[in-house]
Design a protein around this ligand. Structure first.
Ligand SMILES: [Zn+2]
Length: 275
């Protein structure tokens, strides 16, 4: 499933190609993604509009159009974009095709159809669509500070791992990245969030940012055609220190890595190094 680093990488790649191009037509081959696409509304919003730029918020990509509308895009489990010549044959799972004024076609492919593609009106130019208003800060932006996290965690008995994976606290810290950041910070994933000192949370914020930045860097060098391999949990996989390493030796102390299930998600940690 594409996580924040992969979505960021896809967004950057699209942002290198699409701005300045005009959508001249839209074909919806199959409207049933996670939600049913309103094809008429999509066409009404997009046709004859120029794409200004693309930006990411949480795991969504927002494509700003020059008419005050935007396309809200989410890759779901298996979503991919590609930009190709308009004459290329449509692939089996390519559900939406945006015809561009450059004789190119910008296509959305999604075998499992869990993605989201919809046209939205922005409250103000460059603003955040209503659908995304409830999200907490971006982990790589200035508002995500140790002080903010300390305040959010105050009096909370919820385990720290579940807290940092809660989108209202901070967005985009997926399961793998949560385990890896906590390992680097030396904090047990099970520790009640409200009991962690500001000093420890300062390290955690730093490690979350470090892990995500490394993953973005890795994704950025892997993706050349905007696609994310199906079923791959991320390009960062090869460099994981704890995730998926149950019973293998901890890279720091050699003790076997423990596994627990938290909020339905597999969690890996070293009982000795993480307290
Ligand atoms: Zn250890």
């Amino acid at each position: 499933m594409p996580e924040l680093p992969e979505v960021e990488t896809v967004c950057r790649a699209l942002n290198n190609s699409l701005p300045g191009k005009t959508i001249v037509d839209v074909t919806v081959e199959n409207p049933q993604l996670r939600n049913l696409i309103d094809s008429d509304y999509l066409k009404e919003c997009c046709i004859n509009t120029k794409i200004i730029s693309l930006r990411r918020r949480a795991k969504y990509i927002i494509a700003d159009l020059d008419n005050g509308k935007a396309l809200l895009l989410h890759l779901g489990m298996t979503g991919k974009f590609r930009i190709c010549s308009e004459t290329e044959a449509v692939k089996k799972h390519e559900h939406v095709l945006f015809q561009l004024d450059t004789n190119e076609s910008w296509r959305y492919e999604d075998p499992r159809r869990f993605g989201i593609l919809k046209a939205v009106t922005l409250p103000v130019e460059g603003g955040i669509p209503e659908d995304l208003e409830h999200f907490g800060p971006e982990p790589l932006e200035d508002e995500f500070t140790p002080q903010y996290l300390k305040k959010f965690a105050q009096n909370k008995t919820k385990p720290i791992k579940n807290l940092i994976m809660d989108n209202t606290c901070v967005v985009g810290v997926g399961n793998i990245y949560a385990s890896e950041s906590l390992f680097r910070a030396g904090i047990s994933p099970l520790k009640p969030a409200g009991k962690i000192s500001l000093k420890k949370l300062t390290v955690l914020v730093e490690k979350i940012q470090e892990v995500l930045e490394e993953a973005i860097k890795a994704g950025g060098t892997t993706i050349s055609d905007f696609s994310t391999p199906d079923g791959n949990e991320g390009y960062f996989f090869r460099e994981l220190a704890v995730y998926g390493r149950h019973n293998e030796g901890c890279l720091t102390c050699g003790s076997p890595i423990s596994k627990v299930v938290m909020a339905g998600r597999s969690t890996f940690y070293c009982k000795k190094c993480q307290r």
